[in-house]
Design a protein around this ligand. Structure first.
Ligand code: BG6
Length: 504
């Protein structure tokens, strides 16, 4: 995150492991195009694709170009209102080269080293190399080891950084083991663990809302806030990702990473500066102050067949590469507490699921009711709750709901809303959400990346639920129909406390 006007990144080479993967074509390369359009790439840069399949650089570039062209204009995609101008693409494609290789073999890395040396003469990039691991997590450790053995992480002649995608570990033990393995080869300031939710403007704006305004912070605590609801609803199913999802599930896929990032932004103390470590230290404090999740405070669900947007969709167990009796959850809801001065006793309810009625991500802050003195004659249910809703996606914005007097001779209250929509105020540049993250890595700013201790502290919170669920196969799956807001047990979880979920 840079203050003021951003300058072009320094010269660099970027090596993309997993060059033929979905992430590369859908997000990484389009993000590079958007950075180029915004004038944030330097004069000199080289993009090196590396993957198992043999192909030429021209073929790789043509494949990426075709994909983007096909996607442009497609509704609901990251490419909906995008164009790709030829001159821009020529510059990107002209910087591309391709290497075929096995991610686990030393020989690949020897060739990569030679390749980078050869590229460095044609395209001086000052020895700066970013290795982007857009590969399955089982390769993370091997790739970092091989890079280290090949001397490619030695940053005496230019910086060397590694972006590691999620999932970072499968549980606390595996995350610790991966951190320890990586730490043998990379310093923490060379390690960029991505959580793409932090690339979203609305997520970054939570800090601006809280810390650049004097208005809200005095209300932001247990004295004024009754509870917080964080919802990440998705209407998509698991598509072609059955194999990955079967061994992952909604809890691992979404909670200790994406939902916890939203929670940390909402709950963190003000940092002493906007320095990466100052901010990350405040976030990790949130995770450390959280009680380990109680299995009794968490529920899971799996979607069955149903209807979304008028279209019939199949159940999770009928998706490709999913077991016919799968016990994997596609929905999770939980209640968490943060044991610190600001939040003690304030429940944070989290829920996320696939095949919910629509795509909707929000953080809803429910304020305590007013004392009723003035409205003694008003029945309690005529008072509406005060809410602040941070709409993360889509329809990005912030909404404040409060009571107002309905015009007329009697005192009757109505819930009214004040709305701020991003789209009304700001012209947004095209973005796939990875631009800021890649740019920040190129300039060495790790603020929006996860530090080792953050990742471990987050896994520690959810570990008791992971363990309890692993030992207890769900018996009622599927327990929600596609197109509904989740299973009944999720409603029961919050109803126990006399509260209800906001409608999706
Ligand atoms: C990914 C998860 O990390 O985030 C997916 O693996 C999920 O299952 C996705 O669909 C959601 O991201 P976004 O940006 O589409 O909200």
């Amino acid at each position: 995150m840079t203050a003021g006007k951003a300058r072009p990144a320094p010269p660099f080479a970027m090596v993309i492991f997993g060059a033929n993967g979905d992430l590369t074509r859908r997000l990484v390369v389009p993000a590079l195009c958007n950075l180029e359009r915004a004038g944030l790439l330097p004069e000199k840069f080289a993009i090196v694709g590396l993957d198992h399949n043999p192909r030429s650089a021209e073929d790789w570039a043509a494949g990426l170009h075709d994909f983007m062209q096909r996607m442009i204009g497609s509704k609901g995609s990251e490419f909906e209102d995008r164009t790709l101008d030829d001159a821009l693409w020529r510059r990107i494609a002209g910087s591309m080269s391709y290497l075929q290789g096995d991610f686990t073999k030393a020989e690949t890395f020897a060739r990569l080293s030679d390749h980078l040396k050869a590229r460095a003469t044609g395209t001086p990039f000052d020895g700066n190399v970013l290795f982007y691991l857009a590969v399955s997590d089982r390769f993370f450790g091997d790739i970092v080891d091989r890079l280290g053995e090949a001397g490619l992480l030695d940053d005496s002649g230019g910086w060397r950084r590694v972006i590691i995608e999620k999932p970072f570990g499968h549980d606390l033990a595996s995350a610790k083991a991966l951190n320890a393995r990586i730490a043998k080869r990379l310093r923490e300031d060379q390690t960029f663990r991505i959580d793409h939710f932090l690339g979203k403007e609305t997520v970054q704006n939570i800090m601006a809302l809280r810390f650049a305004n004097g208005l809200f912070e005095p209300l932001w605590n247990r004295d004024r806030i009754d509870h917080v609801q964080i919802t990440v609803a998705e209407s998509i199913g698991i598509g072609t990702r059955g194999k990955f999802y079967e061994s992952t599930g909604a809890l691992r896929d979404m909670v200790p990473n994406h939902l916890f990032q939203l929670l940390a932004m909402t709950a963190m103390e003000p940092p002493v500066s906007f320095d990466a470590n100052a901010i990350r230290a405040k976030k990790v404090d949130v995770f450390r102050a959280m009680h380990p999740a109680k299995p009794a405070d968490a529920v899971r669900g799996q979607y069955g067949a149903g209807v979304i947007g008028g279209e019939k969709v199949k159940g999770y167990r009928q998706e490709p590469l999913v077991a016919a009796d799968s016990g994997t959850e596609t929905f999770v809801a939980m209640r968490l507490f943060i044991d610190n001065w600001r939040w003690a006793g304030v429940p944070f309810y989290l829920r996320t699921g696939k095949r919910m009625p629509k795509r909707w991500t929000e953080i809803a802050i429910r304020f305590r009711n007013a004392p009723y003195a003035l409205f003694r004659e008003t029945p309690v249910d005529a008072m509406h709750a005060d809410w602040m809703i941070l709409q993360i996606q889509p329809d990005e914005g912030i909404r404040l709901r409060f009571n107002a007097k309905r015009p007329g001779q009697t005192v009757a209250l109505d819930s009214v809303a004040m709305d701020f929509r991003y789209a009304d105020w700001f012209k947004q540049a095209p973005s796939v959400g990875y631009e800021t993250l890649i740019y920040d890595c190129l300039i060495g700013d790790a603020t929006l990346f996860q530090r080792a201790d953050q990742v471990e502290a987050a896994w520690a919170v959810v570990e008791p639920v992971l363990d309890a669920w692993a030992a207890d196969r769900p018996k009622d799956f599927p327990n929600y129909a596609a197109g509904t807001p989740g299973p009944e047990c999720a409603d029961a979880l919050i109803a126990r406390d006399g509260r209800a979920w906001r409608p999706v």
